[in-house]
Design a protein around this ligand. Sequence first.
Ligand code: CUA
Length: 189
Amino acid sequence: MPEEKKNLQEAPANRISIYSKIPFLIAIAVVICAVFTTGIAYSILSVVGSRAQYVEGELVDGVREFNISSLQWDYDPAALKVEPGDTVRFIVTSDDIMHGFAINELGINLALKPDVGVSQEMVIPEDMPSGVYTMYCSIFCGIGHPYMKGAMLVGEPGFEVSKILPYIATAIMAGMFTAFIIIGRRKAK
Ligand code: CUA
């Protein structure tokens, strides 16, 4: 009978020993948290493209001209600013391999061969709503292809949710991390 009691007491003692490694678990959780948060923040920022200063192009005979180079996996410049009613000319080249250059709302989709400039002139519709539009690579070009994006700002920027989204993502991750630690501690008791 005393032996049986001893066995019952030893079982929880073994379980507690896992949680004595809490500093190690915290270190792992922090690394995972950092990787996820950076990934989420980066993909949100590249989708909506608020990371760069907007470039207004160069006026050439009344046409707003943008010289854009593309490379794995970005555009240079990656953020353009236009006004409704502007006549614009996109001159796009690829510095390395095949890329695309597309803006859905303007119906533009160019295929870019290495070192060959492609020029497209168009008018930004007068009634195009102000806001940030995504320009993106439309030809598969490797592992970074889904993130090869830029932004075209039409008119004046309003409140950009994109600027606070990464912070919300970070707060959610930090909250989850704290919750896991608290749950872990409670189970240990
Ligand atoms: Cu560049 Cu896909």
